[in-house]
Design a protein around this ligand. Structure first.
Ligand SMILES: [Zn+2]
Ligand SMILES: [Zn+2]
Length: 375
């Protein structure tokens, strides 16, 4: 073909034609120009090739853009049909045509540009106190993020041109003859690395990488009731992706510091309250630390070691239900480990006037009741 006809003219569509219009026109013309439909016409094959070439370029958005910019001067091999024969042989064309592979959009299916990949996720850790975990807290976090260069908008260069090897498609198609017939392979273009563009002037700000590493400060609400190790996701706040692709997500792993006085048990809190053996025997008033500060709690006379008192609604907020859990106060009875002579005398006198009934005055202890069952 000495002088190539304009692709739009070949397909009989305007330069503003939509993809659907181009496809429709191609299918209509391909039927009438098909060599099988024109036996004995030596020009039919050429016309069909011309038509298919025009369709292949105009149906590929990147190749079409390159054609609109450069016309037929885009070096041979561009527009998604590299190599000598742009059609990969007629058999292949017919397979594609009659195999109805039109659904995917592009005639050759895989000849469209590579999909730009999404940025990777970032993760950062934040530590909160138990109180903050209970009531929620606003935090400012600093994250080291790989972002798009603001100067070149992630492209890596301030000036670039469409890749001549792939015509901007980012992929090249190779056709080989083999004993099994036509072998068609589609690979990432090695000239542009799949980007579809060649950079002429590299960006100074990012040294051509298109990416810059920066510390970003974000405000974050740690929701009430959060548990240690839970992750919060901030959509799109992760590392930048390829130009045109979304950024990754940012995951914030929340660590809840252990509290010296309140132990967490799901939505409940546990506090071990130390009470002297005298206090447990005589009854006393103690101050229990709660999330809202110290609260007076009455220890009844005769309170046994391990007794659990429940302060309803003084626990952690429930994540999936309304209200709060409980604060469980476990009584630890302290037994003296070192006695003065006077204390020893007092206790010996106490022991002398005590009997079994001193210890099972009420309903008796658990073991007493157990003994009763077996007696
Ligand atoms: Zn840059
Ligand atoms: Zn290329």
């Amino acid at each position: 073909m000495a002088t190539k006809r304009d692709y739009y003219e070949v397909l009989g569509v305007s330069r503003e034609a939509s993809e659907a219009e181009i496809k429709k026109s191609y299918r209509r013309l391909a039927r009438s120009h098909h060599p099988d439909a024109n036996p004995g016409d030596p020009d039919a094959e050429e016309r069909f090739k011309e038509l298919t070439e025009a369709y292949e370029v105009l149906s590929n958005p990147d190749a079409r853009r390159a054609y609109d910019t450069y016309g037929h001067q885009v070096p041979r091999g561009a527009g998604g049909y590299p190599g000598g024969d742009p059609f990969g042989g007629f058999q292949d064309i017919f397979d594609a045509f009659f195999g109805d592979r039109f659904g995917g959009g592009s005639f050759f299916g895989a000849s469209s540009a590579q999909t730009p990949s999404r940025g990777s996720d970032a993760e950062v850790e934040v530590e909160v106190s138990l109180r903050e975990a209970a009531y929620g807290v606003d935090r400012e976090i600093n994250v080291q993020i790989v972002g798009n260069c603001g100067v070149c908008e992630g492209v890596g260069g301030t000036e670039s041109h469409v890749c001549g090897t792939c015509g901007g498609a980012g992929m090249v198609r190779t056709v080989r003859e083999s004993i099994l017939g036509q072998m068609v392979t589609t690979q990432v273009c090695s000239t542009c690395g799949g980007q579809g563009r060649i950079i002429d002037v590299y960006c100074d700000n990012c040294r051509g990488s298109g990416k810059v590493s920066e510390v970003q400060t974000r405000r974050l609400r740690v929701p009430e009731g959060i548990e240690d190790g839970m992750r919060l996701r901030i959509s799109g706040a992760g590392h930048a992706g390829d130009p045109g692709a979304p950024a990754g997500d940012l995951y914030v792993r929340v660590r809840v510091k252990e509290d010296p006085e309140l132990m967490r048990d799901g939505e409940d809190l546990i506090h071990r309250m130390k009470v002297s053996f005298v206090g447990a025997a005589l009854g006393t008033e103690v101050e229990v630390p709660t999330l809202d500060g110290p609260t007076p709690v009455r220890i009844e006379p005769g309170t046994q070691p391990g007794t659990t008192l429940t302060l309803e609604g003084e626990g952690m907020p429930r994540i999936r239900r309304r209200g709060r859990g409980d604060l469980k106060v476990v009584v630890d009875v302290m037994v003296p480990t070192r006695l003065t002579g006077e204390q020893r005398d007092l206790l010996e006198r106490f022991e002398a006037v005590s009997g079994e009934e001193t210890y099972n005055g009420g309903g008796g202890s658990f073991f007493d009741r157990l003994r009763g069952v077996f007696r």
